[in-house]
Design a protein around this ligand. Sequence first.
Ligand code: FAD
Ligand code: UDP
Length: 368
Amino acid sequence: MLDYLIVGSGLYGSVFANEAAKKGKKVKVIEKRDHVAGNIYTKETAGINVHQYGAHIFHTSDRAVWEYIQQFAEFNRYTNAPIANFHGEIYNLPFNMNTFNKLWGVITPDEAKQKIEEQRAVLNGKTPGNLEEQAISLVGTDIYEKLIKSYTEKQWGRACQELPAFIIKRLPVRFTYDNNYFNDIYQGIPIGGYTQIVEKLLDHPNIEVELNVDFFENRSHYEAIAEKIVYTGMIDQFFDYEYGVLEYRSLRFETEILNQENFQGNAVVNYTDGETPYTRIIEHKHFEFGTQEKTVITKEYSKEWQKGDEPYYPVNDQKNSDLYRKYFKLAQTEKNVIFGGRLGLYQYFDMHQVIKAALHAAKKELKD
Ligand code: FAD
Ligand code: UDP
């Protein structure tokens, strides 16, 4: 009999597995993909570490999490500074003095604030109730029209008026000439990619890993072989979609190897117009300051999730949040199952949050 069966070898499952194994527990990790690491998986192509499931930049202000992750990889000094391409016009992100200067010719923070204040007047003092109003309130109508509206509608497949305000609050707005996408104290990319982190987490005599197996194809067997289950798959699927199907956004990645050294001069370029069908192009070598002769790029297309697709982004609008709450209540009645990670908790978690949550759950679970 195992102590824990862990469904999913992503960051949550692997951190939990490692903590349990260190405490002498017998653990089995099952993974339906043909590799470990979940969405942080990176794979070398043409000598470049390719982020197979979208660009991943590690950032945190939590010193304990930063020290924890560095046990498994050395991090470089990469700072994310994406640019936006709107019909061939280039703007710096996140929204900062460089963006305001390019757009309006303003030089000082006061001039930029005044411009935004003028444009915010269309809201008539209303408290923002959706993403569109929140965006206009933060940066005004010009930036909303050029850099937010179409990108967001491509990304989420929904009108900005129907999306929750919090999605856009993730992005900093700064009145300094600072293109760093994140406000966190610590940031970087693991030299040599992310997969090594998960491989090291799972490299323990108490951990067995089985790839290419889906929990739901042999559920009764898996439920019988362990005292407890750590489940990091989709919460609604665990309950056989009893109350209905939670919505996700899925992605399609189109990756090409190009016979040129430098395609776009930046790791991340967002296409913020409505006509370009993809949301962004990632040029992977720039995450590690690569000097290879070739380059690898990935175009990212957003699409509505359907059963069988990979679920990437939970859609945390009102309807789905209400539905999730019902599943969450059901999950609380499952005394031998720990639900965790982006899919198990149906939340927009970054890597540092997933690590913190998994360490916390392990501490609580393994206290004696
Ligand atoms: P996952 O990585 O999804 O792992 C879950 C695993 O469970 C998967 O491998 C899946 O195959 C497996 N599984 C599911 N169901 C079953 C089943 N029935 N049987 C067996 N196995 C199953 N975070 C950042 O901090 N910085 C970033 O820049 C960043 N960028 C991102 C970009 C994109 C496009 C996406 C989608 C996410 C990004 N994230 C980023 C978030 C980051 O990917 C997550 O925080 C982290 O990977 C979540 O880990 P997890 O273990 O919860 O989930
Ligand atoms: N966003 C935008 N324009 C951009 C970049 C982001 O409007 O050029 C909005 C969009 O709604 C997106 C949200 O900001 O969903 C959060 O962006 P982030 O880059 O954090 O998204 P992620 O990397 O998680 O896809």
